[in-house]
Structures are given as structure tokens and as C-alpha cells.
Design a protein around this ligand. Sequence first.
Ligand code: HEC
Ligand code: HEC
Length: 378
Amino acid sequence: MTDAKKEHSHSKKEIDTVSGVETTGHEWDGLKELNNPAPRWWLWVFYISIIWSVWYWVVYPAWPTFSGATKGAYGWTQYKKLAAEQQEIKDRQKAYLDKFEKASFDQILQDKQLYAFAVAGGSAFFKDNCATCHGTGGMGGKGFPNLNDDDWLWGGDIGTIYQTIRYGVRSKHEDTRVSQMPAFGVEKLLEKEEIEKVVDYVLSLSDPQSAAGKDLSEGQEIFELNCASCHGEDAKGSREVGAPNLTDSIWLYGGDRETVFKTVFYARSGVMPSWVGRLDDNTIRELAVYVHELGGGETGKVASTVTAPDEATESVPEESVTAPEEQENGQDEAMPDEEAPENTPAPVQEDDSNPVKPMITLPNESEETGQEDGHDGE
Ligand code: HEC
Ligand code: HEC
């Protein structure tokens, strides 16, 4: 701004002819600045904001420092806020949890509120712990049973489910559910042609069309001699040994010819980890209620008889959990059995380490799980 202009702006106030508003006297190429001060209310908001921000700096953590941030006058942190909120939730849950802890499964099934509490909790725990294998809604996948249907390997009443979750299937817990379908091909228990025949027979049970024009009598005989002991004369399965129903078109590993052949040739041995020691008993009970509901609520002996052993005495075995699909890759490698601790079932990854003889081990008899050296069966 030139001195001349400055002088001019101080000397007289000019009124803009168009708007009738006083100008500041500033002018750029013929455009003049009007003198419109900010409204008073706006100014007040502005000043209050400044005061509020100074107050905020003092009271809350605000300014970054080398070691973190200023602490604020009252030591407020988001962690404390979170902890307080979680405590509130816990307190609210505790009222139910105390009741839940004391209630038998029978009582839980009767009590609408407790039941809803258990299903809600179980559903959340399921997503965290089980969905990786069983799918978010428990719908399962290849090698991992669908928990939504009424088809159960080991049983769908709540007490049985509780036990399955607690101790697992072929897990490393000593009370695990154990059974072992022999690898009929690898162990040379059946010739390839015999396996073809029994597979034809098995497929025909779910899909009679598949056997059109085939003579099934030999396959049936092979089945009765080799398979019926576990899968039943009627092939409807046995929950004693977790042998699936082979007549219902529900397949754990797949129902196409090639897959069923592989199942009989190599066997499968899915592993369900044990959860006792990793999850507390209330959580396992909530999960049992939830899974029971998923399955449509099968009734039967309810586990009021099952009392949880003292948590502290339980050992928590580390388990390497391998998805059954991966089993098919390692069939040619012999497995050094020394790695397997005593009294545990054969490692599932290696099909050819299965003992030659059919080995059925029911819970509580797992001491008998003898092992033979792995050998290359092909
Ligand atoms: C690492 C994979 C894996 C995880 C994780 C897992 N499961 Fe399983 N689960 C399996 C397999 C495999 C089987 C089938 C075992 C067999 O062949 O008998 C199974 C079987 C079951 C069964 C028995 C089903 C029947 O038909 O009798 C129940 C119940 C079950 N799981 C519940 C759970 C719950 C609840 C959790 C979470 C706490 C869970 N599972 C976590 C792999 C898993
Ligand atoms: C010692 C008991 C036992 C014997 C004997 C046995 N199985 Fe199994 N079978 C099982 C078990 C347990 C499973 C499922 C669990 C696993 O291995 O993961 C199974 C699974 C199967 C499956 C898979 C079903 C599916 O849903 O995918 C087929 C097919 C099958 N067996 C056929 C046979 C045939 C055929 C024979 C006779 C040649 C036979 N089994 C003998 C215990 C047995």
C-alpha cells in the first residue's frame, strides 16, 4: 500500500453506493472492501471455544511429549474408560453367570433367560474359537462336521456335545474320544478291487441309482465283514465310535466315488481339539448349549451326571491341529512314531502310521492305544 492510499483510508469513511455499507478504504483495481464485522454471537462462540480448548488441554491428555502425552489434571485415559465399561458389562453378566454356573443343563433348558444368556455367550465364543473349522454358523466343511443338522457323529444331546467339546476327538487329552477307521488300502487289509466293490455298495446306500447294473452282493459281504462292526449292519453308523451314517447322503469328506474310495483306502481320522483348560467350564457349557441349539436340540441323557473335574488338575496338551484335507499330501512319508507321546492316538497327518489292526478305543480305554512303527504301505 502506498503512503498516499494509507492516508486516504484514514482521512474519511467512504460509503459504498451499491450496498450502502461503509468501506474499509482498501481498494484493489477498483474493487473496494466493505466493512462488515463478524456478528457478535459468532465472536462469542469463538472466544468460548478458545477458553474451552485451554480447559481441555489442562484436564485431558492433549499435548504430545517425548514419552507419550501430557497426562491431564485427572489422569483420564481411554483405557480406564474401557475398563470401566467392561466392568459394567461383567457386573451385569455376573448375575447370570452365577446362576448359570449352578444350573444343570436341564435347568438351563427350562429357564428362558438362562438359555438366552447361554446361547448368546456360546455364539460369541463359537465365532472366536470354533468358526475357523466349523464355519461361522457351524455349517462345517470338508472334514469338519456341520453342527447345524441333526446328523451327529458322536451324539447331539447336550451332555454328549459338552463332552465332545471338552475333551475333543482324537485330541491329545487323555479322555479324548478315540476311534480309528483302518486305512484298508494302505494297510493292505483289502485289495483295490475289493475296495472298489465296497465303495460301490456304500454309494448305493445313499444313491441307489449309482449302482444301476452293478452286482452289489460282493460289496455288501465285504461291508458286513469289515465295516459293519463300526458303521453298523444297516450302515447307519454308530455313535459309540463316531462312525458316520453312510446311508443319509450327508458326507463329511465327500460323497463322490473318488473321495469315498480315498476315505476307505487311506482312512481319515479328523481331529477335534480338546478345550478343557483353554476355555473355562462356563464357556464350554455355553458352547454346548449353543451347539445343541444349532443342531435343533436333540434330547437324551442330559449331562447332569457330568461334573467338571477340578480345572487345576487338568493338563493342557499342546496340539498341532491339521486340517484333514492336508492329509492327502503326506501319504508317502513314513512318520516317526517316537514323536508321538504315549497314550495318544496316532498323529492324524500320516495315514500310513495307522496300526494294521482295526483299533477301536473308547473313551476311558485310551491306555490301550498301542502304536506300531510307521511303515510305507504303498
Ligand atoms: C481344528 C479344527 C476344529 C476346531 C477349532 C473345532 N473343531 Fe469341532 N470338530 C472338528 C473335527 C475334525 C470334528 C470331527 C471329528 C470326528 O471325525 O469325529 C469335530 C467335531 C465336533 C463335534 C462333534 C460333532 C458330531 O457330529 O458329533 C462338536 C460338537 C464340535 N466339533 C464342536 C466344536 C466347538 C464347540 C468348537 C469350538 C470350541 C470346535 N468344535 C472347534 C474340528 C474342529
Ligand atoms: C474301527 C471302526 C471303523 C471301521 C471298521 C470302518 N470305519 Fe469307516 N469310519 C469310521 C470313523 C470313526 C469314521 C469318521 C471319522 C474320521 O475318520 O474322521 C469313518 C468314516 C467313513 C467314511 C466317510 C463318511 C463321510 O461322511 O465322509 C466312509 C465312506 C467310511 N467310513 C466307509 C467305511 C468302509 C467302507 C469300511 C469298511 C471297508 C469302514 N468304513 C470301516 C470308523 C470305521
